[in-house]
Every structure is written in C-alpha cells, then in structure tokens.
Design a protein around this ligand. Sequence first.
Ligand code: NAD
Length: 285
Amino acid sequence: MSAVILDGKAVSASLQASIREQVESHFTPETAPRLCVILVGENPASASYVRTKCKMAEKLGFRHEVFHFDENVAQNEVEARIDACNADPECDAVFVQLPLPKHLDSVALPNRVRADKDADGLTRAAMGALLLGESNAFQPCTPRGIITLLDAYHLDLTGLDAVVIGRSNIVGKPMSLMLQKKNATVTMCHTRTRDLESHVRRADLLVVAAGAPELVKGDWIKPGAIVVDCGFTKTPDGVIHGDVDFESAKERASYITPVPGGVGPMTVISLMMQTLESALKRAQK
Ligand code: NAD
C-alpha cells in the first residue's frame, strides 16, 4: 500500500485563497500587509529564498520591500535599518535572511526585530513564548507549517510516539515543543544519537530535519507511520534530495511529505500568515 501524500503545495494554495480574501476585505493596496526583508551580500541560496518569499507576497497582494546591503556593510548600518523597520507603523513584519557574512552578529541582528513584527518567529521572545506555551506570539515558520499541514489532513497526534531528527533552533527544537503541545510523546535525535535506526523503527510520527540526503531508509519506517521530511539538499547536478528515501518509505508510511512540494511551501505560507496576522492587528488599532 502506498502512503497518502501530504501535499504542501495544495494546502498552501487553499491557504493562499483565504489570505487573499482577507487582504481584499480588510485592506486597500495602499494599506495592505507589508513585509520587509533584510538581505546582506550575494549568497545565491539566500537570494533565491528571498525571491520566493517576495513572489508569494506579491501573489497575495502584500506590499514588500527588500533592503539589500553590500557584503561588507557595517553592523550598525544594518541595526539602523532594523530599528527603522521596528519604528515604521507601515511595516508589519521584518526578517533578516540568514546566513549573514561572518563579520556580522547573526544572533544579535535577527533578535533586534521587535517581537510583534517577528513574522519569522525566531527571536528569543518568540522562542521563550513557545517554550512557556504562550499562544499569542509568532512561531518559527517551518514547524508551524508542519503542524498546519498535519491539521489539514485531520491527523490526531495524541499519544503518538514522535521522533524528531535534528535539534536546530529553526526546525528540530521548536518542532519538538509543538508536537508535545499536540500531545505526542517526543524523542529528539541528533548526530550523537546511538542507533538512530532503532528510534526511527518505533516512530508513529517521524520528522526529519538533518540536511543529510536519504539518511532515513524506507525499511526503517514503522508500517503506518506519518513521515515528514524537511530535508532540502541540492546536489551539483541540480537534483533536490530529502532526508528520507521517499520511494521506499512511501510503501510503508501511511502519510508522507514529498520533497519538494511538502514542507517548503508550508514554511513560506506560514511567514505570510504571520505577516497577515500582524497587519490585522495594525488595522484594528
Ligand atoms: P542544521 O544543520 O542547523 O541542523 C541539522 C540537525 O540535524 C543538527 O541538529 C544535527 O545534529 C542533526 N543531524 C545532522 N546529520 C545527522 C545524522 N546523520 N544523524 C542524526 N542527526 C543528524 O539544519 P536545519 O536548518 O535544521 O535544516 C535541516 C534540513 O531541513 C536542511 O536540509 C534544510 O535545508 C532543511 N530545511 C528546509 C526548510 C524548508 O522550508 N523546506 C526549512 C528549514 C530547513
């Protein structure tokens, strides 16, 4: 039996329709949600991520602006721009595209974004709120997108043995907190985990965010498991690889995300949803 595909592209498309409706009913083109992006240097992957986000913002009728700095920009110049976005009542959301060049402080700069404009959900304030289970803050976009995707397929996570591979700040750590909130029993695995395979074999729900192409073999998957693959690695021949061997895993899983077309579109739409939520608060003031 082949798994049901958790189609992030389709779920994103239906969310886009609802976001567009809300933009049309609450805003004019002059007052539409406005997303500000801080981009430094010429990293092609960063430029491509920013283009994807701006294209989606455009499609949804948002205003958007990219503040693109030279590779050698001084820390205080970027700080001044973030401060200006923070103070600008017309800016609803601001995020700093990572990675930053080495001479810039990659922790301090994203953390300078005001909590109520942190649509990326990655500042200390947002992470702290998530840890404390406070629901009024923005959340990291990739795990939020995964929860939205699982909800769209009405998957009840209560009591499931969930295994998360990867403990990064942007995916693994916040994912584990969100799965606990959904009443799953969570195990975190990482590079120092002994016998990764044995953990995967007992997972009812597996979320892989390792950045290690085809790390998880299909025959490790527990029959009927839900499999979410965040991995996104482009090899020099241009082929995109997930962290799970999709073809063999889909024969054992009950639900599985494809790569691409699973987690990626859900990350982008989460950023847009949080930008809209911020703009709606502005509109109510
Ligand atoms: P990261 O490098 O910051 O963290 C990777 C984590 O995986 C680490 O905690 C490490 O301990 C663990 N890990 C790595 N290799 C492992 C192995 N062999 N066994 C066990 N654990 C291992 O990466 P990240 O930023 O969390 O991203 C992970 C992957 O998800 C990447 O491929 C990235 O491109 C992708 N990603 C995709 C999206 C999206 O929207 N599609 C968003 C974020 C990340």
